[in-house]
Design a protein around this ligand. Structure first.
Ligand SMILES: [Zn+2]
Ligand SMILES: [Zn+2]
Length: 135
């Protein structure tokens, strides 16, 4: 079911994201898929849009990056993300009440389009290590 209507590019993008343990930007994906049939950023964006629409990939708004859905399912779901500032690891969690809460906060009049919950901090491993002085 998950690969229905996916073309070769879509599969390349999905595989790159599935292999990655960190969120990837469109350009990271392009770097990893360039040897195949993908030549331009627009092809990556097109595939990402399709995969996102099918719920196979999620966008992390704050990072402008993408992750493969950790839980393959057909229905649309409302994931939230716990993101470590230290190692950039992302953990997806199910937030079924998010939409209701968002609508409540925004008010009945407000036509809700999307909701995202992105929680930033440091994971157990990074919390105990000294902050890196990279860059
Ligand atoms: Zn998901
Ligand atoms: Zn970490």
């Amino acid at each position: 079911v998950q690969s229905r209507e996916l073309n070769q590019n879509d599969r390349l993008v999905l595989t790159a994201l599935g292999r990655a343990e960190r969120p990837l930007s469109a350009y990271d994906i392009l770097d990893q898929t360039r040897s195949g049939s993908i030549k331009a950023p627009t092809q990556v964006y097109r595939s990402l849009q399709k995969l996102e629409g099918q719920g196979l990939v999620h966008r992390i708004e704050a990072l402008s990056a993408f992750v493969a859905c950790s839980d393959q399912h057909d229905h649309e779901h409302r994931p939230g993300f716990v993101i470590c500032r230290g190692c950039n690891s992302v953990r997806e969690f199910e937030a079924p009440k998010l939409l209701g809460l968002a609508q409540e906060v925004a008010g009945e009049e407000f036509s809700l389009e999307s909701v995202s919950l992105e929680i930033f901090g440091r994971c157990g491993a990074c919390k105990d290590s000294r902050p890196e002085t990279r860059g």
